[in-house]
Ligand binder design. Structure first.
Ligand code: ADP
Length: 136
């Protein structure tokens, strides 16, 4: 059984989220601490400067609400977390910060079955210091 599990979810492709949370529940049992993470891609400063002041904060808060809804729908006891930056870096950094002993990640976008691993999944598999469970 694993104690601290991260389930990273790409909110533009969340089709496998419930499957990933179910896997985390089976691998961690009822006592594991589960973090459901979305990494919000950083907007370059020169782009942010042209956007209305609250648009980025509003998008982050919409992402947080969607993540919380996914957790509630799954029935899994998990904490929703939003980080900003490059997705693989954000996943690996949270894993270090909370001393995760497992990451449950989807292999790639739905419909890309011919690819072994998507770019984020492959970076996480290569650089994580804990086991990574890949959902295909
Ligand atoms: P593809 O290259 O086909 O889009 P990715 O490797 O980017 O595939 O995505 C595979 C999985 O990586 C996603 O289903 C999700 O688990 C994780 N992931 C990708 N982007 C993010 C993100 N921004 N935040 C959290 N997890 C992500």
């Amino acid at each position: 059984m694993y104690n601290t599990i991260i389930v990273p979810i790409d909110l533009s492709h969340e089709e496998r989220a419930s499957h990933m949370l179910e896997a985390a529940k089976r691998l961690g049992g009822s006592s594991a601490k589960v973090y459901v993470l979305n990494v919000f891609d950083d907007v370059p400063g020169y782009v942010a400067a042209e956007l209305p002041a609250d648009i980025i904060e509003n998008s982050k808060s919409a992402s947080m609400q969607r993540l919380a809804a996914i957790v509630a729908e799954s029935g899994v006891n998990a904490e929703a977390v939003i980080r900003t930056g490059q997705p693989a870096r954000g996943i690996l950094d949270l894993a270090e910060d909370v001393k995760a002993d497992l990451i449950v990640i989807a292999s790639h976008k739905p419909g890309f079955q011919d690819y072994l691993l998507g770019s984020t999944a492959s970076r996480v598999v290569r650089h994580a210091t804990c086991p990574v469970f890949v959902i295909r």
